[in-house]
Structures are given as C-alpha cells and as structure tokens.
Design a binder for this molecule. Sequence first.
Ligand code: ATP
Length: 243
Amino acid sequence: MTPLLSVDGLSAGYGDLQVLHDVDLHVAAGEVVSLVGANGAGKTTLLTAISRGLDVTAGGITFDGMDLRSTRPHHVPDAGLVLVPEGRRLFPFLTVEENLVLGAYTKRARKDSKDSLSEVYELFPKLLDRRSQLAGSLSGGEQQMCALGRGLMARPTLLALDEPSLGLAPIVVDQIFDCIQDLVTRDITILIVEQNVSRSLELSDRAYVLDQGRVVMSGSAQELKGDPRLGAAYLGEEVAHES
Ligand code: ATP
C-alpha cells in the first residue's frame, strides 16, 4: 500500500547548519507514528520541514500523492497535512472561538467550519465553556486543547503534533493523551513528537528514533519499547511540569 506520507532522503537545516541528514520516514493512513530523540536531535526540524515551514536541501516529501517539495507552504494544510507546533502559538488577544475559526481558513475546511467547530467543542467541552475568553488567559492545558482544536478545524488527514504535553501537569497530560487517542478513532493519522516517550509509544503503531538528524532506529512501538538502547536513553527520564 502507498504510504500517506513518504519522506525520502530528506536533508534540511538553517542556513549553513545542516540538521537533517538523509531521513527516510513513512506513515501509512490510520497509523500513529512517534518521533523519538534527545534534545536537539532534529525532531521539530523534521516536522517543520515536512510541513514546509523550512527549506529542504535534498530529498522528497510526498503526501497523499502530492509532491510537497513543489507545493507552496501555505497550500500544505489544504492538502490535509496540519502541524500543531510546539508552544501552541495561539493569538493571545483573540478569543478561543476566534482562534479556532482561524484554523478553518483553508479551502478544504472553510465550508465545513460550523460542523468542525461543533466537533471540536464535543471533543473539548472546556473550550465551549471558554469560547469567549481570550486565549492568552487560558491555563496551559486549555491552551493546548485550543491549539489541537485549531489544528482539527483545518480538517486534517494527518496531524503532526510537536510536544503536545510539554509543560503540563500529569492530570492534564492524561487528558491530552485521551484526546489524541480519540482522534485516532476518528481516522486521523498522527505523527507525534513527545518528551513523554513511553506514553506516546503506548498509543503509537511505530516509531523512528532520530540522533543528530539521522534515523538510527525504527520499528513497531512495541519492539522499540522493549529495546534496551531506547529504554536507557529515553524511557527513564520523563518529568512533567505545570506551566
Ligand atoms: P528538542 O527536543 O530540544 O525540541 P529537537 O529534536 O526538536 O529538540 P530541533 O529543535 O529540531 O531538535 O533542533 C535541531 C538542531 O537545530 C539544534 O542543534 C538546534 O540548535 C538547531 N536549530 C533549531 N532551530 C533553529 C533555528 N531556527 N535556527 C538555527 N538553528 C536551529
């Protein structure tokens, strides 16, 4: 079966700094795939390059049959690939609902924006309660829900999540992971970067391990979870902080 997302021999970086080296990664429709790696391994850079927020120096990115390297960056969400960036990047002086509605700016999402909004409020009832509140006044967990909701408003086929639980208290982390699990049952394919590696492997089908911008391991999440090399490096060090 042709993967939904194929990344082949991808190299990218910032100016003279090459961060990603010859990365191959494939995500099939309906899968949840984790990207694991130490700080600075290039995980955010890879998600950014895939969603075309960064110039690629070599290699190819194919999504749903489209060559993304020749697609303008602002057309990528219209193709169905949506990034929820690290740090949420909400508009703090707009209300929750205004932030959400902005997520439906693409051609593919605009006509269904009312239905999408109802679905987001069904998934995150807290956002309905807070719909008229400024996004900047939400708690860290609510802001993350708002960022996820805004991503969903674009009606993605594939949602790329960069550190969705970063800085959240353990109980809020549970809620965020429950929501991600819920998205899986709604046929959304997920590529996730998470510092909470064991939690993210629990809901993943497969994972890739990045080290200094190269894929050094890949396999089923189950296999990797039991791999002592991964365990020693990433599975014992998870600390959650409230923001
Ligand atoms: P973390 O878990 O700490 O977020 P990461 O695996 O996501 O790390 P990246 O953020 O992709 O790693 O960073 C990879 C490398 O690229 C690092 O050496 C970082 O310093 C560098 N880098 C990241 N963003 C930029 C930028 N905007 N300009 C220059 N260098 C950058």
